[in-house]
Design a protein around this ligand. Structure first.
Ligand code: ADP
Ligand code: MG
Length: 227
């Protein structure tokens, strides 16, 4: 049970055409993540970290190969089915928080739950719990512009896990923060992942933070390679 892969990438291909040249970003990338596992993705800019995370998180379709989430092959799902899987099973955190500016921290965390069909009461309770867990309960009514960078990212992390996904994908989630704040935010993220048994793949340039995860991988010639 523990060894079961939550997410599997099999021979994933991803190409872009730019100025009539074909750029190969992922070239037969294989990767798998087990329940409870926290893995760092450490690779230079432009090597395809965001492409890998977007493909794993069903935000982009692979040009070849397969993405398997909780045993379900997602390549041939319709857009609607992909959206449903993504909404239920994937949490995504970006480098920039991408919170909705006109809504409070609490409402931002309620939003994915409301879209999923929970009542306002249930969504508000879960959002408040997550804010407390992230130690920003007192910021519940603040809008994103009234929060510090570290607080914004803590809200974004809470939003990503609001629907209790199977996997958390984070694209340089602390890349925009000063080192002390990055460390604090990462600790909160780590505690949440460890406590919930989530699987997490986290792109980071921070070697100290990468060192605290279970494994480290990089991208080399379009493949995922163990560091
Ligand atoms: P990273 O996140 O590691 O910096 P990305 O996955 O964002 O890398 O990008 C990998 C490469 O793919 C880069 O060379 C980038 O310019 C290129 N790329 C990314 N998205 C597109 C796109 N939509 N069209 C063309 N090229 C792209
Ligand atoms: Mg990137």
């Amino acid at each position: 049970m523990m060894a079961e892969a939550i997410i599997e990438l099999k021979a994933v291909e991803r190409h872009y055409v730019q100025a009539e040249r074909k750029l190969t970003i992922l070239n037969g990338a294989d990767f798998s993540l087990k329940r409870g596992e926290m893995v760092a993705l450490v690779a230079p800019s432009g090597t395809g970290k965001s492409t890998l995370l977007h493909t794993a998180g069903l935000l982009e379709r692979p040009d070849g190969g397969e993405v398997i989430l909780a045993g379900k092959a997602c390549g041939k799902l319709s857009d609607e089915e992909r959206t449903a899987v993504r909404r239920n099973d994937v949490g995504f955190v970006y480098q920039f928080h991408h919170l909705l500016p006109e809504f409070s921290a609490l409402e931002n965390i309620m939003m994915p739950q409301l879209i999923k069909g929970l009542s306002r009461k249930e969504a508000a309770e879960r959002a408040a719990q997550l804010l407390d867990y992230m130690k920003i309960g007192q910021r519940a009514q603040h809008r994103p512009s009234e929060l510090s960078g570290g607080e914004q990212q803590r809200v974004a992390i809470a939003r990503a896990v609001a629907n209790a996904p199977l996997v958390l994908l984070a694209d340089e989630p602390t890349g925009n923060l000063d080192p002390a704040t990055a460390s604090y935010v990462f600790e909160a993220l780590e505690a949440l992942v460890r406590q919930s048994g989530l699987a997490a793949l986290i792109a980071t340039h921070n070697h100290e933070l990468a060192g605290r995860m279970d494994r480290r991988v990089t991208l080399s010639e379009g493949k995922v390679v163990t560091l």
